[in-house]
Design a protein around this ligand. Structure first.
Ligand code: SF4
Length: 95
């Protein structure tokens, strides 16, 4: 299904809060313009992401996996559509 074109130039990013205990990552962002539905993130961490009906990754389990796995899933994305932020709002991936 084609997504409806929008008239805004704003980045099409979706933010997901992470509250996993002991984690240094507090926010996961998926850039829907960059996501090409390659599903590598899901191969690494199916507990964290799903593809929606536009074939874009959405976060369904922001607290599901440890930091190492989450970082690996972001690293696996061919278009770097997954961004990770720490509690201070600093971007930790991509560096
Ligand atoms: S790996 Fe990247 S491009 Fe592929 S579905 Fe996940 S976020 Fe989208």
């Amino acid at each position: 299904m084609q997504s409806t074109p929008t008239t805004t130039n704003m980045a099409n990013q979706k933010e997901y809060t992470r509250k996993r205990e002991g984690s240094s990552i507090a926010k996961i962002v998926v850039d829907r313009d960059l996501c090409i539905g390659a599903a590598s993130c899901i191969a690494v961490s199916g507990e964290t992401y799903e593809l929606d009906n536009e074939n874009k990754a959405v976060v369904t389990g922001s607290d599901a996996v440890d930091d190492a796995t989450l970082i690996m899933s972001a690293e696996s994305c061919p278009t770097k559509a997954i961004l990770l932020f720490d509690k201070e709002g600093k971007q930790v991936f991509p560096k």
